[in-house]
Every structure is written in C-alpha cells, then in structure tokens.
Design a binder for this molecule. Structure first.
Ligand SMILES: [Zn+2]
Length: 222
C-alpha cells in the first residue's frame, strides 16, 4: 500500500505521463517473530541476529520485531509499505509427521506466489543440529531463513543447493556451520526486488544458480 509519499510519487508520474514504472526494492521486510518455545532472551537475540544477517546478505532490508503477549500492539503497526511476514517458533509441530526419522525443521503456508506465515520447530532443529554437530541456534536461523524464503519466493522455490534446498545433507550442514550457505543468485535478485528498501537489485553475491528441485523435502526443511 502506498503512503502519502508513494501517492505523491504516483501523482508526479501520472502528470508526466509515466504510468508503468516500478520501484526496485521499494519496500523492506518486517518479520514479526512469535516465540512460543520460550527461548532465553540472549539466545533468541543471537538467532535473530544470524537470521537478519542471512537475509541482508540475500539483499533484503529487514526489521525483526519480537511480538510479546504483554505488549500486544508492538506488532500491529507495520511500517508504511513494508512487506510483513509472521514467523513462529514452536517447540514441536502440533501434528506429527510420519517421517519421524527426518522431521521437518519448519513449515510455511504458501501459494506459488508466496505467503505471510511460517513456523520453525525447535525440537527438530535441536535434534538435527546435535546429530550434525552444529550449533542449534545457527541451524534455527537457517531453517527460519528457508521458510521466509518460501514466503517471499513461493512454494516452488526449492533449489539444488543453498538455503532453498529442500533437504540438507552433511555437506550442507558444514556450509551452515561455516556460515557460507546462500540463496541462489536469482533468488537474491528477487529478494532485493521485493524487499531491498530501494537498493539496486544488481548488488548480489556470486553464487552458482542451482536447478529446480521440486517436491517434498525429506530430511530437513519444508
Ligand atoms: Zn522448503
């Protein structure tokens, strides 16, 4: 939605006969975080700063608000023009998957065009982080980034490698541990266009663009 500035800009464009101009990265991304798992404040802060760094590297301008029951209005006033998504940390899914050996780390409610609501599951993250010998706080941040990736990029956003890979193996866990796991170059471009706060979308990092890997993930993210 346009605010007064956006309206004025549109009016100027109309006056000059320019009607089909799109601002690249005109909005920023507001993540409203609901911590139902009750993480310690310092732990949650660490996860969120890692999540912020992952999404900033992908080209987003991001604000993360922690929504608390005692301050219910803190998340009800999104910034003008911001793309708002809700992320919830749950201890475990409310309904269990049959794939108990490789439970999903998260879930997002998305169409092909994206969505607004995603969840990550703390127990599954901690279990798989322990098995892979990586800090669970880091894996939680990457699982959250994967689900937010779906919200921005759509249901069919899985790639053959990187953050949007549908199932993370030992090599991926190593990349996560080394903080060298990335969105694809094409996805970084889309994220910058959607939520780059007006920055040029061309400023993305080098990354081999993987092919498509559709289908339900097995081991890790959903
Ligand atoms: Zn996925």
């Amino acid at each position: 939605m346009f605010g007064p500035g956006g309206f004025l800009f549109s009016l100027l464009l109309a006056l000059f006969g320019i009607t089909d101009v799109r601002l690249v990265g005109a909005t920023e991304l507001d993540v409203h975080l609901h911590d139902d798992a009750g993480l310690a404040v310092a732990t949650l802060d660490g996860c969120l700063s890692q999540l912020r760094a992952i999404l900033v590297r992908a080209g987003a301008v991001i604000d993360i608000r922690v929504c608390r029951a005692e301050s219910p209005y803190s998340c009800q006033l999104p910034k003008d023009g911001a793309r708002v998504v809700d992320l919830r940390i749950l201890s475990a899914p409310r309904t269990y998957s049959r794939d108990v050996q490789h439970p999903a780390l998260g879930h997002s409610v998305v169409s092909e065009r994206g969505g607004v609501y995603a969840t990550v599951f703390l127990e599954a993250v901690q279990h798989q982080a322990s098995a892979a010998n990586v800090p669970w706080t880091v894996l939680l941040a990457y699982a959250a980034a994967h689900e937010i990736g779906h919200l921005l990029l759509g249901a069919n956003a899985h790639t053959a490698r990187g953050v949007m890979k549908g199932s993370w193996d030992a090599q991926d866990m190593q990349a996560i541990f080394q903080n060298s796991f990335r969105f694809s170059r094409e996805q970084q471009k889309k994220i910058a266009e959607c939520c780059g706060g007006g920055r040029e979308s061309g400023r993305v990092q080098n990354f081999k663009t993987p092919g498509s890997a559709r289908g339900r993930p097995g081991a890790t993210a959903d």
